[in-house]
Ligand binder design. Structure first.
Ligand SMILES: NC(=O)c1ccc[n+]([C@@H]2O[C@H](COP(=O)([O-])OP(=O)(O)OC[C@H]3O[C@@H](n4cnc5c(N)ncnc54)[C@H](OP(=O)(O)O)[C@@H]3O)[C@@H](O)[C@H]2O)c1
Length: 237
């Protein structure tokens, strides 16, 4: 039975890098996507060329019953499903006074509710395995410009620790807190370089830096409830 991993939001950007790294590490891959059907299919082809099995699964993550059905389909498709990477996320700028109910519900459902219910389904269906949650270095500060986004990631940090405790010893749960890695889509030229002045290591990171941390956490059998900052020291500010 081949080991298999689900990466949510796996078609593009960091999710794509993690999906490819898992394939190179010997995993069959379930690539979840929502709007990026074409990118997901291209990635699936690339993974198949590496000699691994890959299937794509479309799901709107704010729909909890659809999330649970997707987990069942993945379990039916991959006997060896043993890794869950909660990577999909919404990043929206809004201070408290700019926040409305729909933004709150959108961010909470994708960034927190979906990882929670996927974790629950994974635990029920697979019983053993490893989970990696993608957090953000911003969990270490009180950044009011992205108030709800930061709240969701702080809560996901707590969810990582709580589920690591509840699901031990059969399932290990860890997190990676990226810093400046990829600019948000549509960001102006030089976005990362401009912000890098606040980073102790004075430069943006690369997708491979996040991938290395995720693989370390997957391979480290005595590590659970851990969140690694991969942010050039940004959390030290
Ligand atoms: N990029 C960075 O430098 C950075 C920094 C700090 C933290 N992080 C964290 O690292 C992770 C990956 O970052 P990223 O920038 O690569 O992510 P991203 O591009 O912002 O989002 C990844 C994917 O999430 C999926 N998604 C969003 N809303 C969804 C919904 N309602 N239903 C289903 N899927 C949905 C999208 O899939 P489709 O395209 O298929 O719709 C999207 O491609 C995120 O958790 C992020 O918070 C990233």
């Amino acid at each position: 039975m081949e080991p298999a991993a689900l990466v949510t939001g796996g078609a593009k950007r960091l999710g794509r890098a993690i999906s490819l790294a898992l394939a190179r590490d010997g995993y069959d891959v379930a690539v979840h996507y929502n709007h990026s059907a074409e990118a997901a299919e291209q990635l699936a082809e690339e993974i198949r060329r590496l000699g691994r099995r890959c299937e794509t699964f479309r799901c709107e993550l704010s729909d909890t019953s659809a999330v649970e059905r997707m987990a069942e389909r993945i379990r039916d498709t991959f006997d060896g499903w043993s890794v869950l990477v909660n990577n999909a996320s919404l990043f929206e700028r809004a201070t408290l006074t700019e926040t409305d109910e729909s933004l709150f519900d959108r961010l909470m459902s994708v960034n927190l509710k979906a990882p929670l219910f996927l974790t629950r389904q994974f635990a029920v269906l697979c019983r053993r395995g490893r989970i990696i949650n993608l957090l953000d270095t911003k969990v270490s500060e009180e950044l009011t410009s992205h108030l709800v986004y930061v709240i969701t990631k702080k809560a996901l940090l707590d969810l990582t620790r709580l589920t690591a405790k509840e699901l031990a010893p059969d399932i290990r749960v860890n997190g990676v807190c990226p810093g400046l890695i990829l600019p948000p889509p549509g960001a102006e030229e030089g976005y990362l370089e401009k912000l890098a002045s606040r980073v102790p290591l004075a430069r943006p990171g690369r997708c491979e830096d996040i991938v290395s941390a995720a693989l370390y956490l997957l391979h480290s059998d005595y590590v659970t409830g851990q969140c690694i900052f991969v942010d050039g020291g940004e959390h030290l500010r």
